[in-house]
Design a protein around this ligand. Structure first.
Ligand SMILES: Cc1cc2nc3c(=O)[nH]c(=O)nc-3n(C[C@H](O)[C@H](O)[C@H](O)COP(=O)(O)OP(=O)(O)OC[C@H]3O[C@@H](n4cnc5c(N)ncnc54)[C@H](O)[C@@H]3O)c2cc1C
Length: 398
């Protein structure tokens, strides 16, 4: 067994982990940052591949805007109601960006992890974290195994960005989300000459409480998929591939041939666990940071990774390093807590066909309601107040 030591260990090289590693290296190049990932990169990940304006803003923060350079920007989002009525609105601005992109995760994650390497992080792929002794000890001792053999690693701080089935979360004894706070989803790729115009969410009556999406990648290809709450999925009879077929039929895309379909789970931010455990912090899907309404998780995971890493290296560098992630949990809840609560409420409402119809009808008459809806889905909006609900009721009548 080999023995290694580092200042910051990042477990998981997805967007949350790669963002953490880049931020750590930029803030403190003299500290050693090590990233472990159990898979070989490039690797696929079940995802809608939608990078909202929040992702674009975080890439800019990291000096990694070139990761999406040359890709086709998406500036508008369409919401289709159960009745078939639709509204289209602009993506919200976050930082300097009011654009999104749709980039297959096999490409996006590989490019971002390469930026972490370029920034000076050590990256060990095909290395799985398997054991973690006391998270309060300094250093924290972990064990890993993989294609390079077994290793014992000592780290002064650990960021766990190891995804929806986080091993670190399990080893810390933090329960996974129950089915009321978990989504399941399927994604596939389709091709159509001429492609698709907007990113679109479909709340089709035939599918509710599941909803579907079509996210255009380029002039031909799109990512399509369906998401549903895990608890409701169990109570209905259709499999995820059947739901996807039903979605394509009900949205007038029955001629599209879905390829490379892949399913996975989404731990939803309606139940975010405690984030800091001694010298270990959970971020990204490992910490259930997925918008309950839209299923978006990349932007929040990157924001959390950047913040956790910046706090940790600042503490390690200053020597006042008793608690490298002090204040991180409060920061995250302050920044996104209200947004996630509003998104969870909007999801519950949109699962009722008549309310979704009302909402889209009202939004066709009141453009500010389109903006508020889109901000809940792919921005950082908190606008699901009684006032906005009252406006939906007043303006949503047929
Ligand atoms: C079908 C579907 C559609 C989605 N659509 C979107 C979308 O369009 N836009 C969006 O923003 N979000 C979407 N999401 C959510 C998004 O995919 C996640 O929020 C995002 O991947 C979280 O990033 P992460 O870095 O936390 O975790 P991940 O991307 O899952 O990365 C975790 C990494 O940790 C590694 N790992 C796991 N265990 C270990 C271990 N023990 N040791 C070492 N490494 C380990 C894995 O190999 C993996 O590379 C979707 C999710 C699903 C399932």
């Amino acid at each position: 067994m080999s023995v290694r030591a580092c200042d910051l260990l990042v477990v998981g090289g997805g967007p949350a982990g790669a963002a953490a590693a880049i931020a750590a290296r930029r803030a403190a190049p003299e500290l050693e940052t090590l990233v472990l990932d159990r898979q070989a990169f490039p690797r696929d990940k079940a995802c809608g591949d939608g990078l909202g304006p929040g992702v674009v803003a975080r890439l800019a923060d990291l000096g990694a805007g070139d990761v999406v350079r040359g890709r086709r920007p998406v500036e508008r989002l369409k919401i289709v109601a159960p009745s078939g009525a639709a509204v289209v609105g602009a993506l919200p601005a976050i930082g300097d960006s009011a654009r999104g992109y749709v980039v297959p995760r096999s490409e996006f994650d590989d490019a971002l992890l390469s930026r972490a390497r370029d920034a000076g992080a050590q990256v060990l792929t095909e290395s799985r974290l398997e054991g973690l002794a006391s998270p309060d000890a300094d250093p924290v001792r972990v064990t890993s195994s993989g294609s390079n053999g077994s290793a014992s690693i000592e780290a002064r701080a650990v960021i766990a960005a190891d995804g929806a089935r986080s091993d670190v979360r399990r080893l810390l004894g933090v329960a996974y989300n129950d089915s009321a706070h978990t989504g399941v989803a399927i994604r596939a790729y389709v091709q159509r000459p001429g492609g698709f115009e907007h990113m679109a969410f479909y709340f089709k009556r035939e599918l509710l409480p599941a909803y579907g999406w079509i996210f255009p990648i380029d002039e031909q290809a799109a990512n399509v998929g369906v998401m549903i709450d895990a608890a409701r999925f169990r109570r209905q009879r259709r499999s995820l591939p059947e739901l996807l077929r039903g979605f394509l039929q009900s949205s007038g895309h029955e001629n599209l041939e879905p390829r490379r379909s892949r399913t996975y789970m989404l731990p939803l931010a309606s139940d975010v666990p405690p984030l800091v455990h001694g010298r270990v912090a959970l971020v990204g899907d490992a910490a259930s940071m997925i918008n309950p309404f839209s299923g978006e998780g990349i932007a929040y995971g990157m924001a959390a990774g950047i913040e956790a890493a910046t706090r940790a290296v600042r503490a390690l560098r200053s020597g006042a390093d008793g608690r490298p992630f002090e204040g991180f949990d409060g920061w995250f809840r302050q920044r996104f807590g209200e947004h996630f609560q509003a998104s969870a409420r909007a999801k519950r409402l949109a699962q009722r066909a008549w309310i979704a119809d009302f909402g889209v009808r009202a939004a066709r008459r009141r453009p500010e309601l389109v903006r508020e809806g889109i901000e809940l889905l792919v921005g950082e909006g908190t606008a699901l107040s009684w006032r906005s609900l009252a406006r939906v009721l007043v303006h949503g009548r047929a």
